[in-house]
Design a protein around this ligand. Structure first.
Ligand SMILES: *[C@@H]1O[C@H](CO)[C@@H](O)[C@H](O)[C@H]1NC(C)=O
Ligand SMILES: *[C@@H]1O[C@H](CO)[C@@H](O)[C@H](O)[C@H]1NC(C)=O
Ligand SMILES: *[C@@H]1O[C@H](CO)[C@@H](O)[C@H](O)[C@H]1NC(C)=O
Length: 248
């Protein structure tokens, strides 16, 4: 199976409740990085290759930062995975400041993400924010909150399934940040995973909203404790397999 994908996106994450981060005065590293755990840090953000499931198949994943302007980063990733049914990589932009706050103390996590992807043929992947919470500051992950902006033949972790084998949402048609979502919950063996997927199945190529509203929904409706600490905030693409053509 062949695959080759270009994901160009702009991700901006800002926690308004906290002081603005100071920008590092250095030249932007725009070179391509392909190592399994390669990291490029720029200001309060890092590009993480995070090819955590690479041994489950074969292929390649590379990524680069392309621009930075204030809290907005441009980045690109190309990947080509085959074999196995598991996720191979979650190449993402990670926020490195303002974390380890209790959910009850977070006022907002404003984020804008515009992206475009070129593929050919069928792929299995998503494009999603991924947040983790812990019971103590810097402690072990307890909850994982995913906000999927696009689903390409993948599926959320779910503890319930419909008779036709499709995952059954814990909540349907929930309106948050200008879009309507189905919310799935289940354990992946390590974390309680809550996944918000666009209820109409359509990709959201331009998202702008407060990610804290998703956390507030979970604390109000699905039993997540407001005393949990936000440990990790990332936005990227979980890639399993597929084929595509890079057009530019
Ligand atoms: C993807 O990887 C396979 C196996 O190495 C290779 O044959 C193919 O040319 C690659 N596809 C692209 C588009 O790079
Ligand atoms: C969700 O909304 C869609 C479209 O309006 C509707 O067809 C569907 O029945 C709703 N699902 C539930 C569980 O309310
Ligand atoms: C499942 O658990 C692992 C291990 O803690 C975690 O890193 C990963 O993100 C989770 N995967 C999914 C798809 O939720």
């Amino acid at each position: 199976m062949l695959s080759f994908i270009k994901l160009a996106s702009f991700l901006s994450v800002m926690i308004l409740a906290f002081a603005a981060p100071t920008e590092l005065e250095k030249r932007l590293d725009t070179s391509s990085h392909c190592g399994q755990w390669d990291t490029v840090t720029e200001g309060s953000y890092s590009l993480l290759l995070d090819q955590w499931g690479a041994s489950g198949g074969s292929g390649k994943d590379c990524a680069a930062l392309t621009s930075v302007s204030g809290t907005t980063l441009g980045w690109t990733t190309t990947w080509n995975w085959s074999g196995g049914t598991g996720v191979k990589s979650y190449t993402n932009i990670q926020l490195n400041s303002g974390l380890n706050k209790q959910l009850s103390a977070i006022k907002s996590i404003q984020s804008t993400w515009k992206w475009s992807q070129s593929t050919s043929g069928s792929i299995v992947a998503n494009i999603a924010y991924d947040l983790f919470t812990s019971s103590t500051s810097g402690g072990a992950n307890v909850n994982e909150i995913m906000v999927w902006l696009a689903n390409f033949n993948a599926g959320p972790i779910s503890s319930a399934y419909n008779s036709d084998g499709t995952p059954k949402p814990a909540k349907s048609n929930v309106s948050i940040a200008g879009h309507t979502w189905n919310v799935y919950s289940g354990s992946n063996g390590s974390n309680n995973v809550y996944s918000f997927l666009p209820s109409n199945g359509a990709s959201i190529t331009s998202f702008s909203g407060d990610l804290n509203l998703f956390l507030k929904y979970l604390t109000a409706n699905l039993g997540v404790s407001t005393s949990q600490y936000l440990k990790t905030a990332q936005g990227g693409t979980e890639a399993t397999s597929g084929s595509a053509t890079l057009t530019r």
